[in-house]
Structures are given as C-alpha cells and as structure tokens.
Ligand binder design. Structure first.
Ligand code: SF4
Ligand code: SF4
Length: 389
C-alpha cells in the first residue's frame, strides 16, 4: 500500500484541534495536531513512538476539512494507529469489527447475548441493529424482476445495508425506478469497501479488502450509467480513497444516492412530495465523511425541495457512531457523549434522516426519534402520495 509521501506542511494554526469532536469531549485525547503532523515529523526522523490514546480518533476527517493547507491529518493518524501496540484480545476484537462483511453474511449473530462480547472489549451498552438480511428478502427479488426501465444504475450494497437494512435498499430501488432507472445491487456477495479497517489503522487489511471488493464491483459495471452509494463513508472510500491510496478506479461515476436524486429527478418528482399534509419536522444529519466531501450540502438541499416544513440541520458535528468505533468498550463513553448532543440541540421531536446505518441506530437510541435513510423517507412519501391521490 502507498504510505505517505508527505512533506511537512503544517503551519501550526490548530484549526484542526478546534474542529475535532473527540478533543471537545475527551480531556485525555491529545488532538489531531499532536497525533498527526507533530507525531509524523518525529516518525519520519525515525524518533517517534506511538502515543497513548491514538486509537481514540474516530477517523471522521473533520480535522482535515478544517486544515487550511490540506494536511492529510486523519490519514497520518491512521499510520500512527497502525504502529500502536494492541493487546492480543483487542487485536482480535478489532480484526472482527473491521470485517463487517462477515457479520453481514450472518447478521443473526447480533442476537447472541451481549455479555459474550465483553471479554473481547465489545461494548455491551451500544445498541446493535436488528437483522434484516438482504438474501432473505423475497420482496427485493420480486422488485428486481419487476424493474422494467432500460437505464441501469448500480447500487453499492454496503455491509450494514446487506445485513441489517434491506428496507433501505428496497426503498432506494423503488425511488430510482420512479426516476426511470432499474437498480442493480452490487456486488453480488458480501464485501466491504475497507473503510472500517482503514479507520482502525489496519492499513494492509484495508487494502486487501478494497482490492477484493473492487474486483467484485468492477466486473458488474458493464452497461451501468453510474453506481450510487447508500452510505456516505463507503461513498468517500470508493470515490476518493480507493484511487488516492490504492490506485483503484471504477469505470463509471460513483455518487451518493441523495446527489443522484437531486441531479436526475425532474420538478414533477419534487412537486409530488412537497406539500403532502402531515409531514413531520425533518432533521438532517450528514455523516462526517459527507460533511467533509460536501458540507451539510445535498441531504439538506434535497429535503428543502421536498419537505413541507423547512428542514433543520442537526448541529452536532460527529454523532460518535463512526462505524465500529462505538462498539469498542473503551470508546463507548466518548461515542455517547457526542451522540447525546443531538437531543440537546433538537428543539422539538422530529424524524432524523441520515445516510449511514450505524449513525441511524446510534442517534435513534440516544434521541428516541425515528432515524432512517432518506431513501426510506422519500419512498414512504411516494406511497402516501399514491394513497392520497
Ligand atoms: S479524524 Fe476526527 S476524531 Fe480523529 S483527530 Fe481528526 S477530527 Fe479528531
Ligand atoms: S494540521 Fe493543518 S489545521 Fe492542524 S495545525 Fe497544522 S496547518 Fe493547522
């Protein structure tokens, strides 16, 4: 894997520290500047030892987006994490959690008593999703057979969607069909983009995983106009990190589902939903990687076009779920401190829309408000519109 050909560019402004959500709630966390460019300077000089608490970084990349000189701070920290020693027990735990493609194949494993994971360092208080496996969804197979449009769009089925959220895939497929496309879920078997391994500093594993998934996706892209993603972290990994760090490219455009709808839907589509009576107040939570790529941008913009009431941005920075982060015992406290802010900033109850399954279960648990993917909300509104017509 390509490690960093990084020339020290840090101007020591500390804007990254101000932007770091973990630094705000965890007094012991040294912060992005210390763990990233400061440490890397010593590392390149052959003098650095891994620092304590480096694994407490969520890899949200908000520090990178705040940096005025584009230091790849979170990626330097990922190299730092790779060199930090782990007890064998936590190394096993991290290996399991950074292969969500296995859990997606046997999602019923989450029904095992939570206490079984405690000796390995898996949090017993973080909520697991309920299994909703794609392979058992007869409705989805039926839906695929019914797809009649000639324009074909791939949907990248991330591990969470495959194992725990077939409803979102069904809803996204149905919305795309409304727009005149047949959706092709890919890859055909459970694969991970490598984001979870990368975030935990298992960089070699991240590359092996990415290469395997790249082969599986690439062979299915013939005849597709684009590949849409349902999870913002996977989207950023496929679109930005695969080419930049692994030299892997997909021969068709990759873009988030929300951006695709905003770009391809005609005014009639938005008018059908806008103004439907009885819509609840909508809060949008763009995941961190989505914020890094396009700010609160497209999710909020889409909801502004379709929601009867003006939507509100959930002003919380990172919610603390961060993929597998909240499932690690030593991170649960920080994850919950970050997520609890959601309840504090919500003026009144509403529905939270977010493009990440792990953010959704975390926010739903901590706010008590239904939290779903925007595809499910759009599909629900289209069905309501059919009934009301
Ligand atoms: S990636 Fe996120 S948690 Fe890690 S140092 Fe940067 S801002 Fe902080
Ligand atoms: S890494 Fe970037 S944001 Fe952080 S101190 Fe250096 S220049 Fe400033």
């Amino acid at each position: 894997m390509k490690r960093f050909e990084y020339e020290d560019a840090c101007i020591k402004c500390s804007l990254c520290v101000t932007a770091c959500p973990v630094y705000r709630v965890d007094q012991q966390f040294p912060g992005p500047k210390a763990l990233g460019p400061d440490w890397y300077r010593h590392y390149q000089a052959g003098e650095a030892k891994p620092m304590e608490h480096v694994s407490d970084c969520t890899f949200c990349q908000l520090c990178e987006s705040a940096c005025p000189v584009d230091v790849p701070i979170a990626h330097l920290i990922a190299v730092h994490k790779e060199l930090a020693s782990q007890s064998p027990r936590l190394a096993v735990r991290d290996y399991l959690l950074t292969h969500p493609q296995w859990l997606a194949m046997v999602p019923s494993l989450v029904k095992l008593p939570k206490q079984l994971g405690v000796p390995l360092g898996i949090s017993s208080s973080t909520q697991w999703p309920a299994p909703s496996p794609l392979q058992r969804s007869r409705r989805h197979r039926t839906h695929q057979r019914q797809g009649s449009a000639t324009r074909r769009i791939g949907i990248f089925v991330d591990c969470f969607t495959r194992g725990f959220d077939s409803e979102t895939l069904l809803a996204a497929s149905a919305v795309l069909e409304e727009l005149g496309y047949t959706a092709v879920p890919l890859p055909s078997a459970s694969h991970c983009c490598g984001a979870a391994a990368y975030a935990s500093g298992l960089l070699g594993e991240a590359e092996r995983t990415a290469r395997s998934t790249h082969r599986a996706v690439r062979r299915m892209t013939s005849g597709l106009e684009a590949v849409v993603t349902l999870n913002a972290t996977c989207d950023d990994t496929l679109r930005v990190e695969w080419p930049r760090y692994f030299g892997l490219t997909i021969p068709v455009p990759i873009l988030p589902f929300v951006d695709f709808v905003l770009d391809r839907a005609n005014p009639g589509f938005f008018e059908r939903i806008h103004g439907l009576p009885g819509q609840e107040l909508i809060y949008t939570h763009a995941t961190c990687r989505s914020k890094v790529a396009r700010g609160e941008g497209s999710l909020f913009a889409l909801m502004e076009r379709v929601s009867e009431r003006p939507p509100q941005i959930l002003e919380i920075s990172c919610c603390g779920a961060a993929g597998s982060y909240a499932f690690k015992t030593e991170h649960t406290k920080v994850a919950r401190a970050l997520g609890h802010r959601a309840k504090e900033v919500m003026g009144e109850p509403g529905i939270i829309l977010t493009d990440s399954g792990t953010c959704a279960i975390h926010l739903q648990e901590l706010t008590g408000c239904q939290t779903i993917h925007p595809a499910r909300w759009l599909h629900g509104q289209l069905k309501r519109q059919e009934v009301l017509r």
